[in-house]
Design a protein around this ligand. Structure first.
Ligand SMILES: NC(=O)c1ccc[n+]([C@@H]2O[C@H](COP(=O)([O-])OP(=O)(O)OC[C@H]3O[C@@H](n4cnc5c(N)ncnc54)[C@H](OP(=O)(O)O)[C@@H]3O)[C@@H](O)[C@H]2O)c1
Length: 262
């Protein structure tokens, strides 16, 4: 009988994470989980006051970096402003993103579509491109993208939002192809219905009653559930890459394909 090989040692805790969208929801929970696990975290978002609140709690370990992820110049300027001791980012969590509206494609707002594309696609791709070179140079790093089940499963009104998340899924896989032969890992986390974030309030533009109704009578997944999964991912041995992870609450499942009858 052959002995079971010893489990490979856990990787040394990568020291610096950059989490986009750390001012609310998943990004805030992921930042807290990483900080509690001993990481240093650069947290981004547009609401600087919320980032300052995190810095007040973790003055040494948390660095706020307020900028709009949708603008290339803003992202470049923000990253260039990082102090030298914070520039070697080991983990990029591309989380900032949003859905806007639930109208049919022939009625949806083009401004909403632009904003989702600029944030969920352009912002995520830009940050990745800006942070990858130092990861490749050091042959060390991990990119965790927050996609969505909307990138896998269509639903009425999901038109451009779902398509942006399909981009995130394919971009994640194409990054893996580009990074073959390096130690850099890439995962796409695809959450389903999740409460306790501002996601639906943003989607329905401040209509809190409509936002609340999305979660009525359902035990949705929580931001802490997603943060625990992100922490688990970074704790895997360095030779293990989880390509995609799709997560739903038990209460969410599948419906039959629709058939329009004449
Ligand atoms: N909640 C869900 O059911 C669910 C399910 C699947 C996937 N997701 C995905 O998970 C991610 C986080 O969603 P969430 O539910 O945590 O939403 P949330 O509570 O609304 O948080 C979104 C975060 O993204 C940031 N953000 C949005 N636009 C930005 C911009 N232009 N520049 C910089 N930061 C920006 C926000 O920060 P500021 O407003 O301060 O800029 C905020 O911190 C998104 O990518 C979303 O698509 C959510």
């Amino acid at each position: 009988m052959t002995a079971t090989p010893p489990c490979p040692a856990a990787p040394p805790a990568a020291s610096i994470a950059l989490v986009t969208g750390a001012t609310a929801g998943f990004g805030q929970a992921i930042s807290r989980a990483l900080l509690q696990a001993g990481w240093r975290v650069i947290g981004t978002g547009r609401r600087a006051d919320r980032l300052e609140a995190l810095r007040a709690q973790w003055p040494e370990a948390f660095l706020p970096l307020a900028f709009d992820v949708a603008g290339r110049a803003a992202a470049q300027g923000a990253l260039a402003s990082l102090p030298a001791a914070w520039q070697d980012v080991d983990l990029l969590v591309n989380n900032a993103g949003l859905a806007l509206g639930l109208e049919r494609a022939d009625q949806a707002s083009l401004d909403d579509w632009d904003r989702m594309i600029d944030t969920n696609i352009r912002g995520l791709a830009t940050l990745t491109r800006l942070l990858l070179p130092q990861m490749v140079r050091r042959n060390r790093g991990y990119v965790i993208n927050i996609g969505s089940i909307a990138g896998d499963w269509p639903y009425p009104g999901g038109n451009v939002y779902g398509a942006t998340k399909a981009f995130v899924k394919q971009f994640s896989q194409n990054l893996r192809a580009d990074l073959a032969g390096t130690a850099i890992r890439v995962s796409n986390v695809e959450p389903g219905l999740c409460g306790g974030t501002e996601f639906s309030n943003v989607r329905f533009k401040g209509d809190d009653e409509r936002a609340t109704s999305v979660y009525a009578g359902v035990q949705a997944i929580s931001p802490e559930d997603i943060a625990r999964i992100v922490l688990w991912l970074v704790q895997q041995p360095p030779h293990v890459n989880v390509n995609r992870i799709e997560v739903m609450p038990v209460a969410q499942s599948f419906a039959p394909l629709s058939v329009a009858r004449g």
